[in-house]
Every structure is written in structure tokens, then in C-alpha cells.
Design a binder for this molecule. Structure first.
Ligand code: SF4
Length: 83
């Protein structure tokens, strides 16, 4: 399983992630992208679970974010974080 890590406060509202992966992000009323399936928040970071089958598109979304605030983590069954 994958986990998306998003530093929402630094979003510049370019709409790229919401356009390319609308099942994971939407543009909120404040003009910033929001994770749709938000599962956790720690400090400035927000997290959402993602399907392994979506890894390729999510890696593209992460690399396309102009401010580099999206990353992916691999989560093993039975542990919160393995990477
Ligand atoms: S791609 Fe990055 S900067 Fe653009 S809306 Fe998504 S999180 Fe914000």
C-alpha cells in the first residue's frame, strides 16, 4: 500500500494534481489542493492512503508539482511506514 504525503500549506494552487489525479485531490475553496481521502495529519503534513496500482500516476503527479510538496511512501502491512 502507498501513502501520499502532502505539505498543503505550501500549495500554490496550480491545479495540476487535481486535474491529473482527481480521485486523490480536489481544489478547495481556499484555492489550495486538498487530499480527498485524508487519513492523518502531522504538523504541516497531511497523509492519505493510495492504491499500489496508482503508483505510476501518483509518481508523475508528485514530480509535476511545481513546488515539490507531494511525495509517496510505501507502507507495509503491520507497520506505519517502511520508507
Ligand atoms: S500540484 Fe502541487 S502546487 Fe499544484 S495544486 Fe497540487 S499540491 Fe498544489
Amino acid at each position: 500500500m502507498l501513502r501520499i504525503k502532502h505539505k498543503r500549506a505550501e500549495c500554490i494552487g496550480c491545479d495540476s494534481c487535481a486535474s491529473d489525479a482527481p480521485e486523490y485531490w480536489e481544489m478547495a475553496e481556499d484555492g489550495l489542493a486538498s487530499l480527498i481521502q485524508l487519513s492523518e495529519a502531522h504538523g504541516v503534513f497531511e497523509f492519505a492512503k493510495a492504491f499500489g496500482d496508482d503508483r505510476e500516476v501518483l509518481e508523475e503527479v508528485a514530480s509535476a508539482c511545481p513546488v515539490g510538496i507531494i511525495s509517496l511512501e510505501v507502507v507495509s502491512v503491520g507497520s506505519k511506514r517502511s520508507q
